[in-house]
Design a protein. Structure first.
Length: 379
């Protein structure tokens, strides 16, 4: 049993649920440590149903993983019990649905969940087969309990988030070093991902964008990489998110190609960096999320700009979660929260822009910036 599942168990008690059936990949990872792979490989194709985790009021967890993920489950699962559910037979046919339903039924019984006990589910995500397996038991919405359980990160989670930030650092260092005249955006992104995978020791899922030249003047996702060669003096902006053992890092950096930043490039970068630093200073207990956004807004105003978007978000087993650093979110800032702070400003037809984003842990005293990559335009 891990602290994260104990927190969820406490939240289940608060909403009167005897157990929860977790289906979302991020919820499963949070409760069991098992990083559900992207559902694009043969293991997912062989499975009858998705990976599940069933959590009791006391935090006891049972992981139900497709049989093809044996090695992954043995390496990663921190659940109290791990059950492999076969959905495919290499030499004899397998009734995948029967095995899936039986595994859920058995897990509920093993946790002592009776026919009349309430079970928490995510109504936006739970497969019909799972609902049928609950066999008329009363259900409640799991989502508020999960949000509360995941709000503050444990020290184990902070360690995982720091490791993800370290891996992301390698990608940003590779971008700054590799953004040279004549390199293609696709080629440069390939180098970035090679450095990311080497830092992680294995291929890892990623998301984000890499844009160069005139496209950096406008915020438009997804923007790249595309088949474009870098030109001397271009701005290059990369927003990179990587997932390492189920936990994410999300960071953005900008650089100028083979040249000192122009006056415009430097102005946009300084404004984004100043807004970043102002927002980070507000990430301490006693403040609220909107304080960080307002601090970034004031910093932008001092440099002659307005914010182009929100100032950031919490990060964990999803790349973007609440609270978010916006003017209308007044959630209290608490020690144990982890944010990606990302103020940005963009020059439109000037063909340049900047976004400065690093990962920050809220502590009892000063916030801890855990990202270590160098700013690409820092003088």
């Amino acid at each position: 049993m891990i602290a994260e599942s104990e927190r969820l168990g406490a939240e289940l008690r608060a909403i009167g649920a005897a157990a929860a059936v977790l289906v979302r990949a991020e919820d499963i990872c949070h409760a069991t440590g098992f990083e559900v792979p992207p559902s694009i490989d043969a293991g997912a194709a062989f499975a009858y149903g998705p990976a599940l985790a069933i959590v009791g009021q006391d935090g006891t967890t049972i992981l139900l993983a497709p049989g093809a993920y044996l090695a992954r489950a043995e390496e990663m699962s921190l659940a109290d019990e791990t059950v492999l559910v076969e959905g495919f037979g290499h030499f004899e046919p397998v009734d995948g649905r029967a095995r899936f339903v039986d595994a859920i039924t058995t897990a509920l019984r093993d946790l002592g969940i009776g026919d009349g006990d309430t079970v928490a589910i995510d109504p936006s995500w739970t497969p019909v087969d799972v609902e049928h397996t609950l066999d008329g038991r009363p259900v409640v919405d799991l989502r508020p309990a999960v949000r509360r359980a995941r709000l503050l990160k444990t020290e184990r989670e902070i360690g995982l988030l720091k490791d993800a930030a370290r891996v992301c650092d390698a990608g940003h260092e590779a971008m700054v070093a590799g953004a040279t005249t004549g390199r293609n955006e696709l080629e440069l992104m390939g180098d970035v991902l090679t450095h990311v995978d080497r830092a992680a020791g294995q291929p890892v899922p990623w998301a984000g964008e890499l844009v160069s030249g005139p496209r950096t003047g406008r915020l438009r996702y997804p923007g790249g990489p595309v088949d474009r060669d870098l030109e001397r003096g271009d701005t290059v902006l990369m927003d990179l998110s990587v997932r390492v053992r189920g936990y994410w890092s999300d960071c953005t950096n900008v650089t100028a190609v083979d040249a000192e930043p122009t006056t415009a490039q430097a102005r946009f970068f300084r404004a984004a960096r100043n807004a970043f630093e102002a927002a980070v200073a507000e990430l301490r207990p006693g403040r609220v999320a909107s304080d960080a956004h307002e601090a970034a807004r004031a910093a932008f105003a001092a440099d002659g700009f307005e914010p182009a978007h929100y100032t950031g978000h919490q990060i964990g087993v999803t790349v973007n979660e609440g609270p978010r650093l916006v003017s209308y979110d007044h959630s209290p800032i608490q020690a144990g929260m982890v944010f990606s702070v990302e103020p940005g400003v963009y020059g439109g037809d000037l063909g340049t822009g900047a976004r400065c984003e690093r990962v920050v842990v809220v502590r009892d005293d000063d916030p801890e910036v855990v990202s270590r990559f160098r700013w690409g335009m820092d003088a």
